[in-house]
Each structure stands twice: as structure tokens, then as C-alpha cells.
Ligand binder design. Structure first.
Ligand SMILES: Cc1cc2nc3c(=O)[nH]c(=O)nc-3n(C[C@H](O)[C@H](O)[C@H](O)COP(=O)(O)O)c2cc1C
Length: 203
């Protein structure tokens, strides 16, 4: 089985968070879909509320505190991302945007990303298409065609019978296929020696 990494970025503020719930449903479906394609996904969840102060510090100082640096490195090294935000004022939340504002501009290039959002009303589901998808396009990520929106009324009852469940499976399958057909991500070490000691001494 191939081994790949999946980072789940979730920007919910409530505890418990419906955004986190959607993120967990999506990552579980992605793990299953990837397994059926011979890929074992190692999942790491980044709760942005835990990094909120660090994100502000980074924006003010230009340097990421250790926990945020670790999160940013995980995003850069991930083979795929699931990015989930609550809809605030008909767009992504400020915390969600701020996190991706401090991600290196090349870190998401050619990376498969599944975008998803939660909201109080299904009328705002297009925030995924007019806000999230353009932002990830700017970052040169490969967003999968199916985005997933969960409104308050989508939760409860028999989830496996609802439209939300179907979209989760479809989006997770699309993400898994993108991961399965790619080589694993390798991150270059900026401090690695690219010249041998012999060449350095000869020079
Ligand atoms: C400041 C604020 C603005 C919001 N704006 C919208 C909105 O424009 N459209 C919408 O559908 N829901 C809106 N909501 C509702 C949240 O998107 C919804 O409650 C979300 O699922 C909360 O996620 P959480 O449980 O992970 O914190 C807003 C909530 C807050 C606090």
C-alpha cells in the first residue's frame, strides 16, 4: 500500500464545532476512498482556533511561533488538504483567510485540496465557489470539482440518507483519486548542501 499524508484544516470557533464535524466526516471518507485505491492516508488535523494567536503574531512580526511553524510545515509537506471554514458574512471566516495568508505562496502549488464550509443557511453555499475556490486557484492548488457545504438542517436524522452524505463521498473520492495518481510530495531543505565537500574544497 502507498503511504500519503492528508492535512485537515478546520476553522470552526464553537466547541463542539460543526465545521470540525464536517471535517471529520470528510477525512474519514477520504481515508476509506484512498484505501480502496491502495493508498494509506496518514491524517493530521489542524484546529485553527488553537493557532489563532500565533497567526496574528506571525502577521505582526513576520515570524511564525513554533506551533504555527510546525502546522505550516505540515501543510507544505502534505500530499492533500481538506480545508473547512464556517461561513461568516457570506464568505470564509477571517481566521481561515488569515491562516492561508501566512502559508507560503508556493506551498499549495499542484496540491489536491477539497474545500468545504458550514453555515446557518444553505443560501450561502456559493461562498465556496465565489470565495474559497478563487483563493485556492490563486495559490495554484488543485481543488477537486465537488465542494461540500453543510447547513444547520443537514445535521441530525439519518445522515447516510441525505444529500450531504452523497456529496461527502463524491468529494472524498475525487480527492483520493488525485492523491493516488500523484507522486508523494517532497519538500526541499533550504539548508541542505547541494555541493559536495570535495567540490567546495576544490573551489
Ligand atoms: C460572525 C458570524 C457571521 C456569520 N455569517 C453567516 C453567513 O453569512 N451565512 C451563514 O450561512 N451563516 C453564517 N454564520 C453562521 C455560521 O456559519 C455557522 O453557525 C457555522 O456552522 C458555525 O461553525 P462552528 O460550529 O464550527 O463554529 C455566521 C456566524 C457568525 C458567528
Amino acid at each position: 500500500m502507498k503511504e500519503r499524508t492528508l492535512v485537515v484544516v478546520t476553522a470552526g470557533l464553537s466547541q463542539p464545532s460543526s465545521t470540525r464535524l464536517l471535517a471529520d466526516r470528510l477525512s474519514a471518507a477520504a481515508v476509506d476512498a484512498a484505501a480502496s485505491l491502495g493508498v494509506r492516508l496518514d491524517v493530521r488535523v489542524l484546529e485553527l482556533r488553537d493557532l489563532a494567536h500565533d497567526i496574528t503574531d506571525h502577521m505582526l512580526t513576520g515570524f511564525p511561533p513554533a506551533a504555527l511553524k510546525d502546522a505550516l510545515d505540515a501543510v507544505a509537506a502534505a500530499d492533500a488538504l481538506i480545508a473547512v471554514t464556517p461561513v461568516f458574512n457570506a464568505s470564509y471566516s477571517g481566521l481561515f483567510k488569515s491562516f492561508f495568508d501566512v502559508v507560503d505562496k508556493d506551498a499549495l502549488a499542484d496540491k489536491p485540496v477539497l474545500i468545504a464550509a458550514t453555515g446557518g443557511t444553505a443560501r450561502h453555499s456559493l461562498a465556496l465557489e465565489h470565495a474559497l475556490r478563487p483563493m485556492f486557484a490563486y495559490l495554484h492548488a488543485v481543488t477537486v470539482p465537488t465542494s461540500v457545504f453543510a447547513a444547520s438542517e443537514d445535521w441530525g436524522g439519518d445522515e447516510s440518507a441525505g444529500q450531504l452524505f452523497g456529496r461527502i463521498l463524491r468529494a472524498a473520492d475525487e480527492l483520493a483519486r488525485e492523491v493516488a495518481r500523484r507522486e508523494p510530495v517532497t519538500v526541499a531543505d533550504p539548508f541542505a548542501l547541494t555541493t559536495s565537500f570535495e567540490d567546495l574544497l576544490a573551489g
